[in-house]
Design a protein around this ligand. Structure first.
Ligand code: C2G
Length: 130
């Protein structure tokens, strides 16, 4: 049983998120996702349109996702990797190199980010319409 772990805000899901989650899940048998809390998002200077509960319900409905837990701090990844017995940590390559320190605990893979789509662009186009 190979467990994959990843993290993110996953606000207003789009094909970039789904591509990431699908490829991550295909690397193993189970995918657990650390979902950024609203407070943690504030720390990332990100405000999500949907709050944590809404984003969690949406993420849990994705066929590739087996479990969703809150991401409250930058530092919790090591204990999460141990808690879930994660074999591979996966992030989009916009994070290339940022989590190499986790290689001490599990494999670390950065997957190609899906070009030309982002929640920020979606929010901007929504604002432009109003
Ligand atoms: N992503 C992608 N392609 C896009 C947009 C996002 O592959 N067009 C990936 C990101 O690289 C990330 C995941 O989807 O791996 C989630 O993206 P966000 O919700 O924007 O998460 P982020 O703000 O990057 O938070 O501790 C890590 C952070 O919580 C990551």
């Amino acid at each position: 049983m190979k467990t994959i772990i990843t993290y993110g805000t996953f606000d207003i899901l789009h094909r970039g998120h789904i591509n990431l989650l699908r490829r991550a899940r295909e690397l193993g048998d189970k995918l657990v996702v650390g979902l950024s809390s609203d407070e943690f998002n504030a720390g990332k200077h990100k405000s999500s349109l949907l709050n944590y509960e809404n984003r969690k319900i949406v993420l849990e409905s994705i066929r590739y996702v087996d479990h969703v837990f809150p991401e409250d701090t930058w530092e919790q990844k090591i204990q999460d990797i141990k808690k879930y017995g994660a074999d591979i940590f996966v992030m989009g390559d916009d994070w290339e190199g940022k989590f190499d320190h986790l290689r001490e605990y599990c494999e670390v893979l950065y997957l190609g980010r899906t070009p030309s789509i982002s929640t920020t662009e979606i929010k901007t186009s929504l604002n432009d319409e109003n």
